[in-house]
Design a protein around this ligand. Sequence first.
Ligand SMILES: [Zn+2]
Length: 499
Amino acid sequence: MALKIYNTLTRKKEEFIPLHKGEVGIYVCGPTVYSGTHLGHAKSYISFDVVVRYLRWLDYKVKYVQNITDAGHLLDSGEDRILKGAKREKLDPIELTEKYTRTYFEDMDALGILRPDISPRATGHIPEQIKLIEILIEKGYAYETNGTVYFDITKFPEYGKLSHRKVEEQVAGVRVEVRTEKKHPADFALWILAPKEHIMKWDSPWGVGYPGWHLECSAMSMKYLGETLDIHGGGIDNIFPHHECEIAQSKAATGKQFVRYWMHNNMVLVDGVKMSKSLGNFITIKEILKKYSPEQVRFFILTTHYRSPIDFSDKAIQGAGEGMRKIHNTFERINETLKQVQGDNKGTQNDKRRVQGNNEGVEDNPASEIDKIIEVHKKKFVEAMNDDFNTPLAIGALFDFSRELNKYLDNDVVGARHSMSLQSTLNIYEEFGGKILGILPFSKKAEIEGTQFIELLIEVRERLRADKQWKLADEIRSKLQDLGIYIEDKSGKTTWRRN
Ligand SMILES: [Zn+2]
């Protein structure tokens, strides 16, 4: 089954065919850097991170562009977000945008989100934006009034096609005071005349001003990805007016299709209510990462499809954590088993079973059974991801995979000749759980270092026990338990697991 993507424009799942064979250009609307990041950013950028990781896993050469909005993004009240933030924090606008650009990347890095290939800033692309406006004026799609330039939506009949809105509906919400200078109330600003006190402003053929927010995405996406993008993503709240305006600007200027596949992710609710600053139910990424690991946050978000809203509560994310640990435990168990059987192999060079079952003489072949489990679940995982990046189903496939493998390990008939198969199961975890979903901390240096220390402590504890220093040995055990590390002594062997 080929990859299918739900296209907001057609409201259908369509087979994904990029413009250039083997290559994908993807643009995702980035943050407006005037305040800190929150769970909404986590959902959006984790979702697109997995899209990009999966496309790369499918061997596409992906160019991922995500902008940084550091100018021109106004609130519904008409107030400039950046200037509002700068006043609030008593900083220069550029200090503010620099501060929140840095914290944005810090938080995204902490969540294991791979950085975009290009992160263009709006303020770094003023000439490109002015050029685009000039083209639009020249082609008759835009007009200037008192130093402000508007896009004339009556000249672009497709306006409203993405959001499936009629022009009358678009007028709702447009500020009354700026309607007078527009030809049509739904016309939107490409360039805005800057009042004297406005700090972030640039010279232009229409006077000193600053670009409208929608314009930067058209100018920068086409600069780095060409006039037609394979995928354009964003939150559902971007569909209208932002993406509708991007289509109008871009297609009017080039005469070409702007985007082949429009993808939109849904929002985060907190205990069933939309997350918002005014309701005080706003959760920042820094806060969430104090309580939960990045993998747990990713796991929680990916257990819901990107097009569905996700309802956050401590109970829900804790439940996700339990699910994640089940998969992780199986992975660790296989690692352990592999180490053991490889050890056995070294000792005897034979296929020695650790426990003799009652099936001596019966030629069972768990190696090929394990291979079968791998094949079945690999297919399930890929089919789920090919179905519009259905991560909940893909995670379900990893659950089933782990359950089936546990059955084999419980039967304890695994020996050295299964090393290859066991190694293949580990590869599945690393590829799917690690590389694609980023929910298993296999490659995390800190985790590996932590593991070495835990094993060292366990070794010390074993020596203490051999020396009959029970009190100290128990103390190590209980202190580790406080840190979520559980030790089990069984038939002369000590094993451990993370809670
Ligand atoms: Zn955008």
